[in-house]
Design a protein. Structure first.
Length: 459
């Protein structure tokens, strides 16, 4: 590190989100290459060598970069549809459209999704892509290329569905894969794209979609595949009361017991939503260290319910935050989920004691890193960790009168991002992407959304 080029960030408030929740009212950070070299109270040392840049961050709060643990990028081009539906009706309404996506559409949607998150403080993103219509092109490659272009650290959860309408599932039959085809394509994606190194920018997880779109064989063999390849597993779980009823009718047990019977509980697994969990479900997740991606805005949009996040955290379940697909969270921004997680959970049984601002920030940073299996590398500001961090401007009209910067960030209006660094590289400056043309992305996504709508309408 002594020979690495250094960036010094000075005169800022810092929320490290380390194990002690260390904070500095006025401190500094030193980045060396792609790592955090040091941080602490007061100004940075003056005698540092190889300093290529000094940032006066007066009026800013520095936090770890936000970590998104659940998303569906392709939905960027189907936003604003089926706005008054519950989950199953929403899926029935939209699957016929989603089943017609192709590679240019998915590339455009991924660029739109990633751009919106990155300019709002996300430094690590994930995409659960599970729709692979026949002849649609290299959809996984398109998503990974978009993440590389944006400069965001990325996990592709390579999804799959093999239970179409003829087998009692929800997706159209031409949008699902065969069991063997899905497993083979997933294995190929892992072998081509997964990087297991400490500073990996791209990782891949095995991710059959959900109990109502996937056969038991695909779940079981998907878990075996992931563990043979040494990668993580992801799926949807316990999202709605309808899903619980479906599992009892089809499998004779609830979702958690069904997942456990197929090898889908464990510290290498995380599931999206987990809204309808009873005490024994939460205990099973805690015992096995199975993670949860909490998606408060999407859960509200689809009237799914309020997840028992305070009870999960008290039991020791790893919990992160997720945007979810932008057809059920049209803003597509993770920093709004900090506020919504706090507010929505206070509507539940624990009321004002459910979450506070610092626990909400932890969900969106270190909790997300835990869920993605990357807590050693990211999620908190500590020497030796990767230089993924955000400078939030807190001295404007929106926040200047709030003395506590963490409370201002979580409870106040969306804070401007002055700078966002991933792997030591700046990707956002004054709220604008440095890695791509936002206006061009907007035009491209509009064009592809209209093309998809025409195709879905049979034009």
């Amino acid at each position: 590190m002594a020979a690495a080029q250094r960036i010094v960030i000075d005169h800022c408030a810092i929320a490290t989100v380390d194990a002690r929740d260390t904070e500095y009212a006025r401190g500094h950070l030193v980045l060396a290459g792609n790592r955090i070299e040091s941080l602490g109270a007061g100004p940075a040392p003056e005698d540092l060598e190889n300093v290529v840049r000094r940032i006066d961050a007066t009026g800013h709060l520095v936090t770890p970069g936000l970590v998104n643990t659940h998303h569906h990028f392709y939905q960027w081009i189907t936003r604003g549809l089926a706005t008054d539906h519950n989950l199953f009706d929403w899926l029935v309404a939209l699957y016929p459209t989603w089943a017609r996506v192709d590679e240019p559409m998915v590339r455009a949607a991924a660029r739109g999704s990633l751009a919106m998150m990155a300019r709002g403080g996300v430094t690590t993103a994930m995409d659960h892509h599970y729709v692979f219509p026949r002849g649609s092109g290299d959809l996984s490659g398109a998503v990974i290329a978009a993440a590389h272009e944006m400069g965001v650290r990325f996990t592709l959860a390579r999804g799959s569905m093999d239970r179409g309408e003829k087998d009692g599932g929800l997706p159209p039959d031409f949008a699902v894969e065969t069991l063997d085809g899905a497993l083979a394509a997933t294995e190929e994606t892992v072998r081509r794209h997964h990087d297991a190194s400490f500073d990996a920018m791209t990782q891949v997880a095995v991710a059959p979609c959900s109990p109502f779109s996937v056969s038991t064989d695909l779940l079981r063999r998907g878990a075996e595949l992931a563990r043979r390849l040494g990668v993580r597993l992801h799926t949807h779980g316990s999202e709605t009361v309808e899903e619980e009823k479906f599992c009892h009718e089809l499998f004779g047990m609830g979702p958690t017991d069904y997942f456990e019977s197929t090898g889908w509980l464990g510290e290498d697994v995380w599931m999206a939503h987990c809204v309808h969990m009873n005490d024994s479900d939460i205990a099973a997740f805690a015992r096995t260290r199975t993670g949860v991606a909490h998606c408060p805005s999407s859960n509200a949009r689809l009237a799914a319910g309020i997840a028992r996040v305070p009870d999960m955290l008290a039991a020791g379940v790893p919990v992160g935050l997720g945007v979810d697909g932008t057809a059920s969270n049209e803003s597509g921004e993770l920093h709004t989920e900090l506020r919504n997680a706090l507010l929505v959970n206070r509507l539940g049984a624990h009321r004002e004691r459910a979450l506070d601002a610092r626990r909400a920030l932890r969900l969106g940073t270190y909790g997300g890193a835990q869920v993605l299996g990357r807590a050693r590398e990211i999620g908190s500001l500590e020497p030796g960790k990767l230089a993924d961090l955000v400078l939030w401007r807190m001295d404007t009209l929106a926040h200047a009168s709030i003395a506590d910067p963490v409370a201002a960030l979580v409870l106040g209006a969306a804070a401007p991002v002055t700078a966002s660094f991933v792997n030591g590289r700046q990707i956002v400056e004054h709220g604008r992407l440095l890695t791509a043309d936002e206006d061009a992305i907007a035009r491209e996504t509009r064009s592809e959304a209209r093309r998809l709508a025409r195709i879905a309408a049979g034009d």
